[in-house]
Design a binder for this molecule. Structure first.
Ligand code: HEC
Ligand code: HEC
Length: 257
């Protein structure tokens, strides 16, 4: 019965009339929907449990590989020579690969081509650790993803996916994160589905969750088939979703339920 009523609820959500949510869109960070206590935890580096993953990423960044190469060889101790504003612009179009690359792709380019290692698997523990550390270094930088020029077709593909109905319940990202934003669902208030806090620390699972994993969790929550981490679909979706947050500040590691 619970299952059934939930299904009916989803259908009602999916088919209710479109609201003018997309017009005059102002990005709001998911952190604005947190309780005061969780916000405090997020903002206090000593209380934020995501800092363990930042420290893990930091140790990888300073660790020598088998040949003795380190990220710090080129990017400086504590990443001092990194271009932090550039980190807030990912995914960026890569002319060599003729596609947008995410921050994880960039790490793999450095890891594989500049340090001569076997590529890391997308979303593996090391990758998410490095990504969390890099985004933490760029905390406070303003998200500025390009949506014009050669990245445009990928942005459009991501936007299409965002509005596409998936699974038996025929729901789209848009239904929950635009049309029904602010509504309460299973004890959680629907936010805009912004990516500026990712990777985020989840109190419910006691672990850090990557953006692509969150996409999969959302799809699975309304019984749609997820795509693979690092797939073209998720990268296009990341271009669109992240650009919806242009103007927001990076808040990694954000805290979520
Ligand atoms: C041999 C030098 C070298 C090493 C070692 C290296 N990188 Fe890079 N990295 C670069 C260069 C050059 C660029 C920027 C140019 C570009 O756009 O490709 C870059 C760009 C980046 C960027 C984008 C931000 C920026 O400052 O442009 C990140 C993030 C990054 N690297 C992470 C890493 C990580 C993590 C490691 C270790 C796994 C690493 N890099 C190792 C040379 C290196
Ligand atoms: C059935 C409703 C529903 C649908 C449809 C849905 N989501 Fe979500 N989404 C949620 C809930 C619930 C959360 C967790 C609470 C929150 O952060 O709003 C969430 C969280 C997120 C977050 C994290 C936001 C943050 O600040 O931590 C992102 C990003 C996201 N969703 C993206 C998507 C994308 C992309 C799609 C389409 C593939 C999608 N969602 C479809 C319900 C949904």
């Amino acid at each position: 019965m619970k299952e059934l009523s939930q299904g009916v609820f989803w259908l009602l959500l999916a088919w209710s009339a479109a609201s003018p949510a997309e017009q005059n869109f102002t990005p709001v960070s998911g952190s604005a929907f947190l309780s005061g206590q969780m916000r405090e935890m997020q903002e206090d580096d000593f209380a934020n449990p995501g800092m363990d993953v930042v420290d893990y990423g930091r140790s990888l960044f300073h660790k020598a590989d088998e040949e003795g190469h380190r990220c710090t060889d080129c990017h400086g101790e504590d990443g001092r020579k990194l271009n932090l504003q550039h980190i807030a612009a990912y995914p960026v179009y890569d002319p060599g690969q003729e596609r947008p690359i995410t921050l994880q792709d960039q790490v793999n380019i450095c890891w594989e081509e500049r340090m001569d290692n076997f590529p890391l698997v997308y979303d593996c523990r090391e990758m998410v650790g490095l990504e969390t550390y890099l985004k933490y270094l760029a905390r406070g930088q303003t998200i500025a993803v390009k949506t014009d020029g050669p990245v445009r077709p990928f942005y459009e593909a991501g936007k299409k996916l965002y509005h596409q109905r998936f699974g038996q319940l025929e729901m789209s990202c848009y239904h929950c994160h635009d049309q029904h934003r602010g509504a309460w669902l299973r004890g959680q208030q629907l936010n805009q589905g912004q990516s500026n806090g990712f990777p985020v620390y989840r109190l419910s699972t006691s672990r850090v969750t990557s953006l692509h994993r969150r996409f999969s969790e959302c799809l699975a929550s309304f019984r749609a088939e997820p795509f693979l981490p690092g797939s073209d679909e998720y990268i296009n979706l990341e271009v669109y979703v992240t650009s919806r947050g242009n103007g927001l500040k990076i808040e990694t590691p954000a805290i979520r339920d």
